[in-house]
Write a protein that binds this ligand. Structure first.
Ligand code: MN
Length: 501
């Protein structure tokens, strides 16, 4: 998975010359202490870098321009220790092309009741200095995140960490390349979309490759490479005996290994972060890739089945956001329902391609017939998924805009074994309840395909949508259909008009 340690966010403290050099020196010392504290307080994937206090329009503009041109800077964290007249920020913020977080904090946590004097008041003015800065952000219609609280408050640290993850993913998003093997599943609507607009909005470069080009790479794979990978597979997973070295169907495992090795080479050589395939376009391939896709997703690649490039790119983006966190992110599909009034559930799965990063325990490597596609039986990993909160994320092209839709769900254990189900699966309870959630999802045009995440929250996805400037809709415990439909109606008007704002 992508290492985010080389990335940095710049911590910019605003002030002015009015207070004299002694006060400004103290402002600088305090800011450095805050940066040190923030870097030490949470499992930041990205380093926060202190930058000298800015007190003039020229300094502000320069640091914003430097941030724009720095390949490692993912954005700014801004804080006004004192008052910093905000007209000084107009040119800088106007040119800033990277996201920023406005940290509304204060160096001291408590008011020193017995000692407070006017010197203290002059130094510790965030309560109004940050409001002046906030005004110019709003006046300029600048998108940003605002985090309020003392910098040593763990909630503040975790909000900053969340934003750092999203800003890092946004930074990387603009370099994501997706390979589409074949085109879209024929006649399917929701997986289509405007790839030019997607690249303009998200940075995702999505391009097609003939399946023959991939098959040519797969054909280069040697028996020796396949031997080694099969040994690795046998040690990594539980495995049906028929697939093992002397089993009747071992050749199917070898064929899967061949496909994986070829796919991996193709993706590595092309610098791709994700890919799609479709069972309708596999000419020259023996199996529909199941196990190979599951393993490549586990290694950080995005994937969308049936040509679903939006899910492939979103999954890759989410995997970058979640780098290093426990739990996983997978391509997913709402497959079938349990309409029992005592507990309505959705069973999520796909024909084959669920990422083993969300597996509860060791997956079992199995081979079963696949009714569609007209190819040899594909090898796949089967597993259950552990209980707990999760989100489903969908990206839609609504014609005049992209919409990112999230449903909060609670994964639950199946009440019984599912001995005949030949796929990985997860059962969930959608919030606020299945009837409301499914109706809201349908009104929003949400796809049957999603990205399922165990370690990201709706807030991560909302912040990402805000950075990209696209619509965000959330279905959660507070959703009711009347308000949700109104939100969609109002958003129609907003996004129509926002193009001219
Ligand atoms: Mn599908």
């Amino acid at each position: 998975m992508k290492n985010l340690n080389a990335l940095e966010a710049w911590f910019i403290t605003g002030s002015q010359d009015l207070y004299g050099p002694e006060t400004l020196k103290q402002v600088a010392v305090n800011s450095q202490e805050i940066v040190k504290g923030l870097n030490g307080s949470a499992s930041h994937p990205v380093k926060i870098v202190y930058k000298p206090v800015v007190t003039t329009p020229d300094e502000i503009t320069r640091v914003c321009m430097d941030a724009n041109s720095s390949p490692s800077c993912i954005g700014l964290i801004t804080w006004m220790h004192t008052f910093s007249p905000a007209k000084m920020w107009i040119a800088g913020l106007g040119s800033l092309g990277k996201p920023f977080l406005h940290l509304h904090t204060q160096f001291n946590r408590d008011i020193p009741w017995a000692d407070i004097d006017m010197d203290f008041m002059n130094l510790n003015q965030s309560a109004h200095g940050d409001r002046e800065f906030g005004f110019i952000g709003s006046r300029m219609r600048k998108e940003r995140k605002v985090v309020v609280g003392h910098w040593q408050d763990p909630e503040v640290a975790s909000s900053i960490e969340l934003w750092l993850r999203v800003a890092a993913a946004w930074h990387e998003s603009k370099q994501i390349r997706i390979a589409r093997f074949g085109d879209n599943m024929r006649e399917v609507a929701v997986t289509e979309g405007d790839k030019v607009e997607a690249q303009m909005k998200f940075g995702w470069a999505v391009n097609g490759y003939g399946i023959g080009e991939l098959v040519a790479v797969i054909d280069q794979v040697t028996d020796k490479q396949i031997d080694l990978l099969c040994e690795e597979l046998e040690s990594e997973y539980m495995m049906q005996d028929v697939l093992r070295k002397r089993g009747d169907r071992h050749t199917s495992l070898r064929e899967s290994a061949r496909i994986e090795l070829g796919l991996r080479t193709f993706l590595e050589e092309g610098g791709f972060g994700g890919f799609t395939d479709t069972f309708e376009d596999l000419h020259g391939m023996v199996q529909l890739p199941g196990l190979p896709v599951q393993r490549l997703m586990h290694d950080g690649y995005g994937f969308g089945a049936e040509g679903d490039w939006k899910m492939a790119a979103m999954l890759r983006t989410m995997k970058i956001m979640a780098a290093g966190l426990p739990g996983g992110n997978s391509f997913m599909e709402d497959y079938t329902y349990h309409f029992d009034p005592s507990g309505m559930r959705v069973l999520g799965a796909h024909m084959l391609e669920i990422c083993s990063s969300i597996a509860d325990g060791k997956p079992v490597c199995e081979i079963h017939e696949l009714g569609i596609g007209g190819k040899a039986d594909p090898v796949r990993l089967c597993f259950n998924v552990s209980e707990g909160p999760a989100i489903n994320v969908s990206v839609l092209d609504m014609g005049n805009r992209f919409r990112i839709l999230v449903n909060e769900v609670e994964a639950v254990l199946p009440p019984q074994d599912l001995p005949k189900l030949p796929t990985a699966r997860v059962l969930w309870d959608p919030k606020p309840d299945l009837k409301t959630a499914a109706a809201a999802w349908i009104f929003a045009g949400g796809a049957h395909h999603t990205c399922y995440s165990q370690n990201l929250t709706a807030e991560h996805i909302m912040d990402f949508a805000n950075m990209a400037g696209v619509e965000f809709l959330l279905i959660d415990k507070d959703t009711n259909l009347r308000d949700f439909k109104n939100e969609i109606r109002w958003n129609e008007v907003y996004y129509h008009m926002a193009k001219g704002l």
